[in-house]
Write a protein that binds this ligand. Structure first.
Ligand code: PEP
Ligand code: MN
Length: 338
């Protein structure tokens, strides 16, 4: 349920209302917008009398929210969520460009890639230290050493870093990582999501391989319900009958999610198509549809990459792709860059 307040509500009356609601076991999430203040109510609202609340002096309107996702709902929080990582913003119309290798292979590799993608316009560095591989016999990542290397690249370039966390027990290892990625295969790992809700680093939540928008938002809801309001949604392609591409990029999710939720939405064209040749076009499509950014795999030597080489752009190809992305973003979102 949401309560829309009249402008400049009387402070005492508002406090009384909040006190009464919390006495009924309801959590109140106030959002002060430019125009209006909205109270988002989470809990069992079935016992609340809408007519009674509507009759209060300070209340303009009361609406029931049918969707099961409450905190993630745009109705609860009409303005875009903007996440700030040391001055680098994600959401709210700013273009976020995340780039880096699928997996961390060596310090020389990651620092080199980080420097060149930064030069070309990337605002955040990515790299997997712990890799969720389909086969237990494939390279599983450098682990703790990979984290150390990512932090060395952060130190060398000043770029914030995103890396995938596979289990809540790894949290201490990620103490200096800026954004925690939850991979597609872990989108419904509820114990991991609950643990990430209880800490305050932003969470980049990939869409599950065959998850609906509602399931995806309910996973975001786990993090938000725990008290962490910094979730970034990342579309990385879904399973369809098509086998020519690795997955199918669901561009539709961008305008739909921007209506359903206030959370930033970014596009990962690399895992979506699986081939570097198609990555720039899909990245452009995501930004044209209104996405807040892209996540692109970049490797200095894709042919010898330990993981996802065929879908990785070289630093040069990445440099060529960025100006087009920026030009499209300028048209669609009015040109806010980090
Ligand atoms: C990745 O980003 O390297 C990755 C493993 O992604 P996904 O979880 O989308 O497959
Ligand atoms: Mn990858």
């Amino acid at each position: 349920m949401i309560i829309i307040l009249k402008n400049n509500p009387d402070k005492d009356q508002l406090e009384n209302l909040e006190y009464w609601l919390s006495g009924m076991g309801i959590k109140v999430h106030p959002t002060v917008g430019t125009g209006k203040t909205i109270l988002g109510l989470v809990g069992d609202t079935s016992r609340l009398d809408i007519d009674l609340i509507s009759a209060l002096d300070i209340v303009e309107d009361v609406k029931r929210v049918q969707e099961p996702f409450k905190n993630a709902n745009r109705k609860f929080h009409p303005e875009d969520t903007v996440i700030d990582i040391g001055g680098v913003r994600i959401g709210g119309g700013t273009l976020t460009i995340i780039a880096g290798p699928c997996s961390v292979e060596s310090e020389e590799q990651v620092v080199g890639i980080a420097k060149s993608v930064k030069e070309s316009g990337a605002t955040i560095l990515r790299g997997g230290a712990f890799k969720p591989r389909s086969s237990p016999y494939s390279f599983q990542g450098l682990g703790i050493e990979g984290i150390r290397i990512l932090l060395a690249a952060k130190e060398a370039t000043g770029l914030p870093v995103v890396s995938e966390i596979m289990d809540a027990s790894q949290l201490p290892l990620f103490a200096d990582i800026d954004i925690l990625q939850v991979g597609a295969r872990n989108m419904q790992n509820f114990s991991l999501l609950k643990a990430l809700g209880k800490q305050d680093k932003p969470v980049l939540l990939k869409r599950g391989l065959s998850s609906t928008y509602e399931e995806w938002l309910m996973s975001a809801e786990y993090v938000l319900a725990g008290g962490n309001d910094k979730v970034i949604l990342c579309e990385r392609g879904i399973r369809t009958f098509e086998t020519y591409t690795r997955n199918t990029l669901d561009v539709s999710c961008v305008p739909v999610l921007r209506q359903m939720t206030h959370l930033p939405v970014i596009i990962d064209p690399s895992h979506a198509c699986g081939r570097y040749q198609w990555v720039p076009a899909l990245a452009n499509a995501g930004i044209a549809a209104g996405a807040d950014g892209v996540l692109i795999e970049v490797h200095n030597d894709p042919q010898h990459a330990k993981c996802d080489g065929p879908q990785s752009l070289t630093p040069d190809r990445f440099a060529q792709a960025v100006p087009e992305l920026k030009a499209i973003h300028d048209i669609v979102r009015g040109g806010k860059h980090n």
